[in-house]
Design a protein around this ligand. Structure first.
Ligand code: ADP
Ligand code: MG
Length: 136
């Protein structure tokens, strides 16, 4: 069993798609091991997205991610990181493979409904950010 982090982003929580996303995850045999609902501050969002420091989209991304409630969750599955990235699809919903979560509910390249960790190393950092060091 390995772990990863998924966040349901504000564009999805505001459309009442929390249950829908969890249903997709559970159907794909992910186990929700922990879950929270938070409204991130500017400082928290900047810290979470520190890897994107200097990118042209960062300020807009932080504004979006602090615009409403988000639902971070700790997911468990064999090959969790890779399998979750495959399930959510490409960053840009227009390019996301048919049937992926971003293809299905993503609005645009920024408001793409879900975040997923992109490596085991980043998953550990991101899980620690929301659920503390004991969750890693
Ligand atoms: P991913 O979420 O697929 O790992 P990135 O790590 O590259 O993608 O980017 C983090 C988030 O920043 C994306 O999910 C999206 O919300 C936003 N983003 C990425 N690229 C762009 C872009 N070119 N324009 C606007 N927002 C972007
Ligand atoms: Mg990323």
């Amino acid at each position: 069993m390995s772990k990863t982090l998924l966040i349901i982003k504000p564009d999805a929580t505001e459309r009442n798609l929390i249950g829908h996303v969890i249903n997709r995850l559970e159907k794909a045999r992910f186990t929700v091991a922990d879950i929270r609902m938070v409204h991130l501050t500017d400082q928290q969002a900047r810290k979470f997205y520190a890897v994107h420091e200097g990118k042209p989209f960062l300020d807009s991304l932080v504004a979006f991610m602090t615009s409403g409630r988000v639902v971070p969750m700790l997911l468990e599955k064999d090959n969790a990181v890779e399998d979750l990235r495959a399930l959510i699809g490409a960053t840009n919903p227009e390019k996301a493979a048919c049937g992926t979560i971003r293809d299905e509910i993503g609005r645009d390249i920024e408001k793409n409904s879900v975040h997923a960790s992109d490596s085991d190393e980043n998953a550990a950092t991101e899980i620690g950010f929301f659920f503390g060091p004991d969750a890693i």
